[in-house]
Design a protein around this ligand. Structure first.
Ligand code: NDP
Length: 293
């Protein structure tokens, strides 16, 4: 089986290189070797030449704030290119796996949203990701769209690493406490993808949109506290005292793009359809911390 992976060097793409390797012949691309989502025709030529049975698209325009001033580029990479991939997947009879975000929702209320909940993005990034989802669903191709949130990985920069750096330098930290979600490891997403891929090839009726996040919920503030206390217990150089990690509302930290306050996503559909278990968010975060500390 030929599997084409796009965005191989992103957080999720890097972990997919590992998780997809045993499933078939893996063609892993980034924007420099024929997998540029900004060049739709070049991308299509590459897909046609490989003629994969599975396309996994981990490439995306993920600069949420910058997207506010580059809407055309965000639309091209997050919506137009996935739409082209979906049309080609339909023509090839291939399965397309794609990732989306809690930012397709407006984050009102306090309930965990199901896949069918009304989407209402607050940002250019969220709108472009929703347009990508819609284009894939409209194409009629076999697909898995995995909506996730607050992705981190041991490789590259992430929120936990930023907090650890600041905690070593400063005596006080202010962290947003009114955005609630679930930090989700790129390694978990990659492993879910591999299992879901195999199941969907056997049972095409599993094709659809799924929420894929770690279990439980936290705020950025509680997440930061957890990271810093775990690192302190491991002997990492931490200057900030626990009571000096201060909670602030989103309104005290204005950004170009508006973020949803409630990023809770229900994963019942995924767990029931695929018989998979989603571990608590802290399990993966502590594993990542153990790796980097
Ligand atoms: P990253 O930003 O780590 O990776 C995105 C990858 O896409 C990078 O390798 C980047 O390459 C690549 N890329 C950007 N532009 C292009 C292009 N024109 N052509 C080809 N590749 C391109 O993102 P994640 O791994 O975290 O995200 C994976 C998926 O999960 C995305 O669909 C994202 O929208 C979604 N998601 C992510 C969340 C998060 O918190 N990160 C939360 C919710 C959903 P380069 O480095 O060269 O720019």
């Amino acid at each position: 089986m030929k599997i084409l992976l796009l965005g191989k060097n992103g957080q999720v793409g890097w972990e997919l290189q590992r998780a997809l390797a045993p499933l078939g012949e893996l063609f892993a691309l980034d924007r420099h070797d024929g997998g540029d989502l900004a060049d739709g025709q070049g991308l299509l030529a590459k897909v046609k030449a490989i003629a994969p049975q599975v396309i996994v698209n981990a490439a995306a325009y993920t600069a949420v704030d910058k997207a506010e001033s580059e809407p055309e580029m965000a639309q091209q990479i997050n919506a137009t290119a996935p739409g082209l991939l979906a049309q080609e997947a339909k023509a090839l009879g291939a399965l397309l796996i794609h990732y989306s975000t809690d930012y397709v929702f407006d984050g009102s209320g306090e309930e965990a949203r199901s896949e069918e909940a009304l989407s209402a993005p607050l940002s250019v990034y969220g709108a472009s990701k929703l347009a990508g989802e819609d284009a894939i669903r409209a194409s009629g191709c076999q697909h898995l769209i995995l909506r996730t949130s607050w992705v981190y990985a041991a490789r590259g920069g992430n929120f936990a690493k930023t907090m650890l750096r600041l905690a070593a330098e400063r005596e006080q930290l202010k962290v947003i406490s009114d955005q609630i979600g679930a930090p989700t490891g790129a390694d978990l997403l990659a492993d879910l993808t591999a299992h879901m891929l195999r199941a969907t090839l056997t049972r095409p009726t599993l094709s659809g949109t799924y929420h894929a996040v770690a279990s439980g919920e936290t705020s950025w503030h509680a997440y930061a506290q957890h990271v810093i206390e775990f690192a302190r217990a491991k002997g990492a150089p931490i200057k900030v005292r626990p009571e000096q990690i201060l909670p602030i509302p989103t309104s005290d930290y204005p950004t170009p793009a508006q973020r949803p306050l409630n990023s809770r996503l229900s994963t019942n559909k995924l767990q029931t359809a695929f018989g998979l278990t989603l571990p608590a968010w802290a399990v993966g975060v502590e594993r990542m911390l153990t790796e980097i500390l």
